[in-house]
Ligand binder design. Structure first.
Ligand code: ZN
Length: 60
């Protein structure tokens, strides 16, 4: 069994195979998204074109 630390929150993860952790090297999908958020910021803007709508709400 091997051990890693979640790259986002530092939680220790134990596994026998990397495939045991779908979110490797993170403990959870949430940490994965948090850590990669900046990397995929451009992609997420395309996937979630709600930014403009929210800004319009602020104007009203
Ligand atoms: Zn984590």
């Amino acid at each position: 069994m091997s051990k890693i630390k979640c790259r986002s929150c530092g939680k220790e993860l134990f596994y026998t195979s990397i495939s045991d952790i779908p979110t490797f090297p993170f403990c959870s999908e949430r940490c994965k998204l948090t850590d990669l958020g900046s990397w995929f910021d451009e992609e997420r803007r395309i996937d979630e074109p709600t930014t403009n709508e929210k800004l319009e709400d602020y104007n009203e």
